[in-house]
Write a protein that binds this ligand. Sequence first.
Ligand SMILES: Cc1ncc(COP(=O)(O)O)c(C=O)c1O
Length: 373
Amino acid sequence: MAADSVVEIENMEESTVHVFKSSSELLEKLHQKWSSVEKLPYPAMYSSVYGGIILDPAMMVIPIDDHMVHRGHGVFDTAIILDGYLYELDGHLDRFLLSASRAKITSPFPKSTLSTILIQLTAASNCKKGTLRYWLSAGPGDFLLSPAGCPTSAFYAIVIAEEFSQCKEGVKVITSTIPMKVPLFATSKNVNYLPNVLTKLEAEEKGAFASIWVDDEGYVAEGPNVNVGFVTHENELIVPFFDKILSGCTVKRLLELAPKLVENGRLKSVKTANITVEEAKRAAEMMYIGSTLPVLPIIEWDGKAIGDVCTKHANASKKHDSMETYLIELVERLVSPKMKLLEKTFVEEPPSTAPISEHKASEIEDKEVAADK
Ligand SMILES: Cc1ncc(COP(=O)(O)O)c(C=O)c1O
C-alpha cells in the first residue's frame, strides 16, 4: 500500500488485534487465503531452516530474526526456467557465491549441493517457465547488528511461475537522479536494492520504463536490474566495464556470442569500455540486457531519440534490419543449447549443473549463425 493511501481507523473496535490461539487456527487462515488464488504463483520453495522442499504456499516463510530480514545481511541471485530448462545455473551460482563471500556469509553447503538442491526444487515445482530465485543469509539468531548470534547461515530458494517474452518494441529511459551504489555494493548482488527500487519508481513516475545510472566520472553504468549495451554507427558493440556495476550473466554470455556477428560481418568489433553519456546518446542502438529480457531495445533516453527511430519503426516488421534484432535473435537462439533438461538430469544421472557439452552448443551456434549469412 502506498504511504499516502493509509486510512485512519475511526471505530476503535476494529483495531482489536486477533490473537491466534493455535498454529492450526493460523494455518487454516493461511490456507483460506491461498485457496481463493486461482493459480499458485509459487509452486515450490526450499528452506535450509526446514531442511527440505515445501509445496504448501502457506508454509513458504522465513524467520523474522533472520539477519537478512532485519539487517539486509543476505545475497541473492536469479536464474530463468525456460521450456523446463535452467539457464546458465553454473554462472549464476558462481556470482552468488562471490556475492556471499563479499558479504562475509559462508554458505551452509558447497556449490555442488546448492546446485543439486536447486535442480531438485525446480523439478519438484513442475514449472516449465518462470524464474528460480535464491538467497544466502547470515541466518536466524537474534536482532543485533553483529551476526555473531546467528549460528548457521541459511539458504532459501523459490520457483516463481512467470510469463516473460522477448519484447521487440523499444522502451524509453531516463538518467537516474537516485545515487548509484558504491562499487563494493554494486558489484555484488546483495539484498539491499532500495536504490534500485527508487530509481525504477522514479522512471515510472516520469513515464519511462526504467532508468540509467551514470557514475561520478560521467560514464554510463547500468540499469536498476539490467546491464546496458550500445552499438555505434561504426558497428561496434560496446558494453560498460564491470568494475563499478554488477557483472550480468546475460551480458557476459552476449559477449561470448557476439564475436559470431563479427565473423559474419554484421559487427566490426565487440568490447567492454568506458562510454560517456554524450557518446552513448549518439549510439545507433542502445539496449538493456538481463536475464528475462534478454535484450530490450531502448529508443529514447531523457526525451532524445536513440539511433534512427523512424527506420527502426519502419523496419519493425522486417527481421534482420536492425542490429538489435540480430542481437535479440542471437541471444534467443543460442540460449537454448546451453540449457539443461531438468527431468532428464534428475532421473538419469546424479543431479549436476554441468552444461550440456560446449562442443554441441557451439556446433548449433555455428549452424544457426551461418544460416543468417
Ligand atoms: C543491478 C543489476 N545489474 C545487472 C543485472 C543483470 O544481470 P543478469 O544478466 O545476470 O540478469 C541485474 C540482474 O540481476 C542487476 O540486478
